[in-house]
Design a protein around this ligand. Structure first.
Ligand code: FPP
Length: 269
């Protein structure tokens, strides 16, 4: 994991880092239960892991980090647990915004921020505004987020515009469609990590992770420290991403352009 030919901190220099890393932060509850603690303690420890991961991502030059902080499905949790998660979110937004800004990290949100209680929404909006001109990394918090809902909302918005004659159906390609989604400002996911030992994507970034490298790690989120993050990045750097091409084509340097698919289809028709 570490080597001397690195950046002076004993860390190996990665051959390439993913531009966009998305993380499903699972396992807070089990982490706490395994220690005889309340689930809320697991979330508090999870919030510490969030801070550490943001720092690591920034240090490693990752441009986009997207965290699944609260899904639509999470509204079904017991009210006290939801309240604690909202408090932790506010604590993060309030306490971290200065450091985020100092480090050039811009905060963004995907999902339905309006679904959150007012005190939480305001705190998040404030950190978004406070960091708006930062340009080193974008930290996107998925809040009251669901991938299917985002796709359906985009489809509905386009249908409304098409009915009004503002959009022609033949204009709608993958890029055009993405511009209607709440994730319009983030590029495709390169690496999707899920902690907690489950191997599913749970409605996270369904459209944007179409070509992502998936990594399911057995550790609970509160344990996912810098060492594990770096080892996930090393694993990513060792993978060959082919995007439907052959290994030879990739080695010959055919780059991936998502629009290739649309162009190939247009050329074939
Ligand atoms: C899943 O663990 C985690 C969540 C539902 C929320 C993630 C929230 C945090 C990491 C803390 C606060 C967030 C920020 C951005 C400061 P789980 O409860 O489903 O764990 P389990 O599967 O073991 O029950």
């Amino acid at each position: 994991m570490t080597s001397s030919n690195g950046n002076g901190n004993g860390e190996r220099k990665l051959s390439h880092v993913p531009r966009h890393v998305a993380i499903i932060m699972d396992g807070n509850g089990r982490w706490a239960e395994a220690r005889g603690l309340d689930r809320s303690e697991g979330h508090a420890e999870g919030a510490r892991a969030v801070r550490a991961s943001v720092r690591t991502a920034r240090e490693q030059g990752i441009e986009y980090l997207t965290l699944y902080a609260f899904s639509i499905a999470n509204w079904a949790r017991p009210r006290p647990e939801i309240d604690r998660l909202m408090e932790l979110l506010v604590e993060f937004a309030v306490k971290e915004k200065a450091e985020l800004r100092e480090n050039g990290v811009r905060v963004k949100v995907v999902g339905e921020l309006e679904d959150l209680p007012t005190f939480a929404r305001r705190a998040v909006e404030d950190s978004v505004a406070y960091t708006a001109d930062c340009d080193k990394m974008t930290l996107t918090l998925a809040l009251s987020y669901g991938g299917r809902r985002d796709i359906v909302d985009a489809a509905r918005a386009l249908a409304v515009r098409a009915r009004a004659g503002l959009v022609l159906p033949e204009e709608i390609d993958e890029e055009f469609f993405h511009r209607e989604m709440s994730t319009r400002e983030v590029p495709d996911v390169d690496l999707l990590i899920r902690t907690g030992g489950e191997s599913r994507v749970s409605d996270f970034l369904l459209y944007e992770a179409a070509y992502a490298e998936l990594m399911f790690v057995p550790f609970m989120w509160p344990d996912f420290d810098k060492k594990y993050f770096l080892s996930a990045l090393e694993d990513y750097a060792s993978r060959e991403r082919r995007f439907g091409k052959t290994s030879e084509q990739v080695k010959e340097g055919h780059s991936f352009d998502p629009l290739d698919r649309a162009r190939a289809r247009a050329g074939a028709s």
